[in-house]
Design a protein. Sequence first.
Length: 254
Amino acid sequence: MGGRGAVRLGDVRPGTGGALLRLDLLGLEIPPGTAILLAGPPGVGKTSMALEMAFAALAQGRPALYVTWEHRAEQILAWTAGHPDPLRAELLVLAGGRSTTLFDVERALEAARMDPGGIRRGLLILDYLQLVPIPPMPGRIWRPGDGAVEAFRWGLEWAARSGGVLLGISAADPAGWDPRRALMGALPAEAVEMAYDADLVLGLYPDGPGRVRWKLEKNRLGPAQEGRLAFDGARRRFARLEEGDGAKAAGRGA
C-alpha cells in the first residue's frame, strides 16, 4: 500500500471529504475509502441490494464494477431490468465464474480507470467472498475461508488507495440469523474477521413476505441504524418501508 504523508490535526476540518456515494434507500452517505460488508442468508436479497447500490453510484455519476463468482452476466442483465436502461448500459460486470482471480479484478479496475492510479472513484462489489479462489502460495497452509478474508483485505487496500467504496458480500448461517441477536454470532469465522476490518457491516433479515429488515450492525461513521424495506420480486427492487406501513410486495431476492 502506498504511504500517505502526515497532516497536522489542526489542519483537519470535519466533513471536508464529503460523501462519495449517497444511499437514499438506507439514508446513508458513504465517504471515500469506505469498506462495507453485506451479509445475510440465501435468498434474502443480498445481490439485489448490491445492485441497488451500484445503480445509486451510477445515478450519481460514479462508475460501478460488479464482480461475481456466482452469477453469469446474462443473469445480471435479466435481474437489472427494473432499473433505468441508460444506467444499465453503464454497469461494468466481471462474471468469469470460479476461475476469476484478484488479478483479473485489478485489470478490470485499470481498464475502467478505477485503480489507484486512475481518475475515477467508484464502487467495487465482490459477490460473494466465500467463492473467491485461494491463490497458490508455496509454504502457506490455507484455512477454509482464507480466500474470502484475503479478497476483502485486498479490497480494503484498493479502497484506501483509490478513494473508492468497497462492498463485499458474505454468506451467513440461516439457522442463527435473527435480528434480535448480535450479527457476529451468525457469521462464519472468516466473515467475523472481515467484519472487524470493515467500516460498515450491513445485515439483511427476512421479515415476512415481500419484506426485509436491515440493520447496520457496525458503523464507524455514526450510530447503528435499522429499518424495513419492501421488495418487489418481479422487478428485484427495494423500496423504503416506514414503521407501521402495511405495504407489501410479493417475491424474494437473490
